[in-house]
Design a binder for this molecule. Sequence first.
Ligand SMILES: [Zn+2]
Length: 249
Amino acid sequence: MFRKFFTSAAIAGLIATPAVATDWTYEDPETGADRWGHLHTDFEMCERGIMQSPIDIGHANATGEIPVSVNWQEGPLTILNTGQTVQANFAAGSTMMSGGKTFNLVQVHFHTPSEHAVNGERYPLTAHFVHASDEGELAVLGVMYVAGESHAEMQKLVDAAPAQAAEAATVEGVMFDPAMLLPDGGDEIEFYRYMGSLTTPPCSEGVNWHVVPQPVEVGADQLAAMESVMGMNARPLQLLNGRLLVAPE
Ligand SMILES: [Zn+2]
């Protein structure tokens, strides 16, 4: 059902620009996260879904490894502000292999604070690297950031992020390497795995989540800059509801 619903052509648009982007917020009493499921018939999974994201990955109930490899390419920086998040879009050619399936990197966007928590703790910033297979199945890789050393690749995003909602634009003369935002450039990363959802309306399920528990250092000023552009844009934690949550071995 999920694959039928999401044609691959629709995916980039769906994630980048939710159907009724201006009708939902995070904290407004009428349109905030607790009300999403009532705002539009397309959003009902936000209320009714039982495999929703984000969750606390401290509640893992299994351990195991599956073969995963990330093969992302450096390319021109294309960035936008959706009004809810700062997002960079990617050209075809960057992939993630997970569980024997190939997923194409479509975009990365950010949340302040992090959406997934580790034993109740949320980090100040997270990146969600959104991938789609040719069949329309989604896989997201989540990475958390903490205050520490300044990060050159993050600075490119800080410098280019539009302060207000703005359509995608390619930044002249700036090359962006998404792998630099992974721990140690992506070598031997470990992550938690579970089946969840988009964390924004329409909260569609069937998303293969990969959450990296090891945070990456970025500058405190870089965290503050991202927070000042996006504001609070983290959905409340959702119930695990008996799902399998697999920790790295
Ligand atoms: Zn996200």
